[in-house]
Design a protein around this ligand. Structure first.
Ligand code: PLP
Length: 399
């Protein structure tokens, strides 16, 4: 039988058996509606509140500052659109201004685009350096009197670069203190922490953020559950009207089993983060060292300021999609940075923003590791990958 190696954990992860065990009773036995006052409802409500505390603990937040959503995309949309709407309702007169980066996930970029199109906000998209790092000075320079939100991801999902959130948070504290004296609107700080939760310290006070989005399926909870941290006194208007669940910020009957799963997954991350991060980083470094031995291959993202689980490259003269398919034929799952839109392969917006030429960006490949990745898996990849690159280069038309 062919060996199967999954190296696409940044796309999604399997549900942890302990998470699955924790959520199971809430399908079958404790299936009550968390809003009902009878014992079924009370059991469900208890489970939801326990999970809320588990998520809050991982983020060093208060339980009442967490609301459950269906995914990070929903949390991100609520954070951006909800803040702008709330400001409008509170009488903010100018057109609000948002600062973000060119390398955000589409969830942030499209939420901003939506606000811009409806003339509800102006957007500044900051560029990044060749490693994918945003510059603190650029952020400072972009701030205007009507700036209300800075939205910067903690970790980039394609290249794994860690952004200097703590520094931005500190800078913003000083800026906001001054703006208070000037009677200017506070600037809120949102981060998409989707790729950071598993391995980095996501203490919201250390990061200095007011809003933080996450999704469970990147760290062994099922797909379809996420959360948004909302610091107390942050203005936000719900995007979904209805029964008033989740502190009236996200109506709809709570998805109790999935919420329980997210809580359990957060507890497991808290317990295992340090040890697992070290192990994964060791394997990732082994992978990087060996892959870089292939001629004309470059690491993308920052050499040190990167998460333990993401190793990304551009391979000159080869299409990322072709490598992906050849690796798949040999049982290995990876991701290429290109997005297929209407049948046409577009190079990654992240790599382009990092100054990588489109023809080179087409050769991008991302390996992402997780809890079931072993040294054996990495060694298998290292054995099969160089011949694939060689073969594809031989097949490529000579210019
Ligand atoms: N943000 C980042 C950085 C991501 O990597 C992803 C998923 O790939 C998302 C947001 C969106 O997550 P979801 O599809 O679960 O909403």
């Amino acid at each position: 039988m062919m060996k199967k190696v999954y190296l696409d954990y940044a796309a999604t992860s399997p549900v942890d058996p302990a998470v699955f065990q924790a959520m199971k009773p809430y399908f079958l036995k404790f299936f009550g509606n968390a809003s009902e006052p009878h014992s079924w409802g009370v059991e469900a409500k208890k489970a939801v509140e326990k999970a809320r505390s588990q998520v809050a603990e991982l983020l060093n937040a208060k339980a009442e500052e967490i609301i459950f959503t269906s995914c990070a995309t929903e949390a991100i949309n609520l954070a951006h659109k909800g803040l702008i709407e709330a400001l409008k309702l509170s009488g903010f007169k100018a057109r609000p201004h948002i600062i973000t980066t060119l390398i955000e996930h589409k969830a942030v970029l499209e939420a901003c685009h939506h606000l811009k199109q409806l003339k509800l906000a102006k957007i500044t998209y900051l560029s990044v350096d060749k490693y994918g790092l945003v510059d603190l000075k650029d952020i400072k320079k972009a701030i205007r009197p009507e700036t209300v939100l800075i939205s910067i991801m903690l970790v980039n999902n394609e290249v794994g670069t860690i952004e200097p959130l703590e520094k931005i948070g500190l800078m913003l504290k000083t800026v906001n203190a001054l703006r208070k004296k000037q009677k200017l609107q506070k600037i809120y700080f949102h981060t998409d922490a989707t790729q950071a939760i598993q391995y980095l310290d996501c203490n919201v006070d250390k990061l200095g953020v007011d809003l933080l989005s996450l999704t469970g399926h990147k760290f062994y909870a099922p797909k379809g559950i996420g959360a948004l941290f909302i610091r107390q006194n942050t203005l936000l208007t719900r995007q979904q009207d209805g029964g008033g669940q989740e502190n009236n910020l996200r109506s709809g009957t709570e998805n109790v089993p999935y919420i329980v799963a997210l809580g359990k997954a957060c507890q497991l991350v808290k317990e295992n983060k340090r040890k697992e991060g070290k192990r994964i980083a060791g394997l990732k470094n082994r992978l990087i060292t060996q892959v870089l031995k292939i001629p004309q291959v470059k690491l993308t993202g920052h050499p040190d300021k990167r998460v333990p689980h993401i190793a990304s490259f551009v391979v000159l003269g080869v299409e990322g999609e072709a490598m992906l398919l050849y690796l798949n034929d040999q049982g290995v799952a990876v991701s290429s940075g290109s997005a297929c839109t209407s049948g046409e392969l577009k190079p990654s917006h992240v790599l382009l923003a990092m100054g990588i030429k489109p023809e080179i960006a087409h050769g991008s490949l991302r390996f992402s590791l997780g809890k079931d990745t072993s040294k054996d898996d990495i060694d298998y990849l290292i054995k099969i990958f160089p011949p694939i690159v060689k073969k594809l280069r031989q097949m490529a038309p000579k210019l």
